[in-house]
Write a protein that binds this ligand. Structure first.
Ligand SMILES: NC(=O)c1ccc[n+]([C@@H]2O[C@H](COP(=O)([O-])OP(=O)(O)OC[C@H]3O[C@@H](n4cnc5c(N)ncnc54)[C@H](OP(=O)(O)O)[C@@H]3O)[C@@H](O)[C@H]2O)c1
Length: 192
């Protein structure tokens, strides 16, 4: 059975943003332990990445290999190439086509879309934002586990992860891992 993981990247006040903080601009020569854990170690098992339209277009613009910047560390290229080759699902009513390789556009009820993907052959599935899509996964219990990358900033700007919710949702903590610049990775699994 294909497992569904939802990834969230948020500030301490639950905003889906990438603010600057000490160390956030650092581009180490080697991939950080946290990034390796969240992505590099999963290049083989995650074969489908699901994103809302804005996140999909943002990732294509910033992270496809064609967006590579001169002089950047080699490990970033591995991430770009992974994102280019992995199957990508863009959730959108508006977008009719995409020129990002290995991508499909799907629309409709998120639970039905994820159930359809689960029935297709492949490895694990990662829901990579945006915040509203991850929130819907939590609220409706659509993912098997959740990885929250929490940045040490109260930002007060950007889309809210914790917008309106209907009811309590309790998760089970699997692991925590500190980052090198004050971030913390919280890994939870769904309680069913
Ligand atoms: N991992 C990440 O990408 C990430 C993480 C943290 C923060 N952020 C930030 O969050 C922002 C983007 O997040 P967001 O929540 O605003 O947008 P988003 O989730 O990336 O995209 C929202 C759009 O996705 C489409 N969509 C969502 N569910 C759908 C469904 N079931 N069926 C069809 N279409 C569906 C709709 O597009 P249509 O209008 O085309 O129907 C909707 O307007 C950016 O500012 C980004 O920097 C992103």
């Amino acid at each position: 059975m294909r497992k569904i993981t939802a990834n969230g990247y948020l500030t301490l006040d639950g905003r889906g943003a990438f603010p600057k903080y000490p160390g956030s601009d650092r581009r180490p020569e080697g991939v950080s332990a946290l990034f390796r854990h969240m992505w590099y170690n999963r290049f083989d098992d995650v074969t489908t990445v699901v994103m809302g339209r804005r996140s999909f277009l943002g990732h294509q613009e910033v992270w496809s290999e064609s967006a590579r910047k001169p002089g950047e560390p080699a490990w970033l290229l591995d991430y770009r190439r992974y994102l280019d080759r992995v199957e990508k699902i863009c959730l959108s009513h508006r977008l009719k086509s995409t020129d990002w390789q290995n991508s499909r556009i799907l629309r409709g009820d998120l639970a039905r879309i994820l159930a359809k993907l689960k029935r297709e052959p492949g490895g694990n599935i990662m829901v990579e934002g945006g915040p509203a899509v991850v929130r819907e996964c939590i609220q409706r219990g659509l993912a098997d586990d959740y990885w929250f990358f929490v940045m040490p900033v109260v930002y007060a700007k950007g889309p809210r992860y914790w917008g309106p919710m209907d009811s309590q949702c309790t998760l089970r903590l699997i692991e925590t891992q500190p980052g090198e610049d004050g971030e913390i990775l919280l890994h939870y699994e769904a309680v069913r």
